[in-house]
Design a binder for this molecule. Structure first.
Ligand code: SF4
Length: 305
């Protein structure tokens, strides 16, 4: 039985009332019906009218990590939809997730707050129920991103899967050659395709699923970079670790999120990310304590010159 009050208010784009109703639950996806979700997604799009950036995090005032890009000459916008099954759509937005959903970045910092969760769920509903409107809204955001970047003397960078692993980064790169698109994915096939075929304005980093990841070695062998989560900060620059049976230089992935700056080298590189949110308590996503040392970490070598 639909909640007619909710439908009525979402239908009238009365987002203030909608928010009041949703405020009582940390996961609105579990609360309402399919039709109500569609109305809520539309209401969300409507509610963003006064914003410069409607769907992506505002690159001038958005995610702390995204903001670091500017110091490196880039303007980065990140799109965050609800990860995995959080939006209750029956569509898994992280199809290669293997338990990592329990310790996802969605639990960290501002992402771990109820308002942030609600917003990414509503974005996911807008994406799912109103794909054409969503796409046009995102196009407007990306046009604004490119304009802002040009005015600021920066290069525009878009990360479509801030908390998901579903949107097609290759498609965004193909549609907008003037934009650089950066993506993390657990799909080895997507990364290997990019390593073979480009395009040049796309950058893909493979997200490893712990020390037993079956694809990390192949990605490294193909010259790709592999991101992994550790329980401590990245070691000093120019560190080389033995990871998945290979000697691999380490990049501090928390210094910024402009992954295209990592570059490519034969044998690949390890993008070291410190655990955040629920991942601080461990989990399948996080390398076991001491994994680097146990695998033969070599400090201070010059291999990474
Ligand atoms: S860690 Fe990545 S793949 Fe796993 S649930 Fe979160 S966003 Fe999805």
């Amino acid at each position: 039985m639909p909640n007619t009050y909710l439908v009525k208010n979402f239908g009238q784009y009365n987002f203030r009332h909608a928010r009041q109703i949703l405020a009582g639950t940390p996961n609105p996806a579990a609360l309402i019906t399919d039709a109500e979700r569609a109305a809520a997604g539309l209401a969300y799009l409507h509610s963003t009218r006064s914003r410069r950036y409607r769907l992506v995090c505002d690159p001038w005032d958005g995610q702390a990590k995204g903001n670091k890009a500017q110091a490196h000459g880039w303007l980065q916008a990140i799109l965050q939809l609800a990860p995995h099954n959080e939006a209750g759509l029956g569509v898994n937005l992280c199809p290669w997730a293997d338990g990592c959903q329990d310790t996802c970045l969605s639990t960290a910092g501002r992402n771990g707050t109820t308002p942030a969760a609600r917003a990414r769920i509503l974005r996911a509903w807008a994406w799912y129920y109103h794909p054409e409107l969503f796409a046009r809204t995102l196009t407007a955001d990306l046009t604004m991103l490119e304009l802002d970047a040009e005015l600021g003397g920066l290069r525009p960078l878009f990360r479509p899967n801030g908390l998901t692993d579903h949107l097609n980064a290759r498609q965004y790169a193909s549609e907008r050659p003037s934009l650089t698109v950066s993506d993390y994915t657990k799909s080895a096939a997507r990364v290997l395709q990019w390593l073979r075929q480009g395009p040049a304005n796309l950058w893909m980093t493979y997200s490893a699923s712990g020390p037993d990841d079956p694809n990390a070695a192949a990605i490294l062998d193909a010259g790709g970079n592999v991101a992994a989560v550790f329980d401590g900060p990245a070691p000093a620059a120019c560190t080389v670790v033995t990871a998945w049976g290979r000697r691999v230089p380490v990049i501090d992935g928390d210094a910024h999120d402009v992954r295209p700056l990592d570059g490519r080298r034969p044998g690949g590189q390890l993008v070291w990310l410190q655990a955040k949110g629920a991942a601080k308590r461990g989990g399948s996503l996080v390398m076991p304590p001491g994994w680097g040392e146990a695998a033969g970490m070599v400090w201070g070598t010059a291999d990474h010159a």
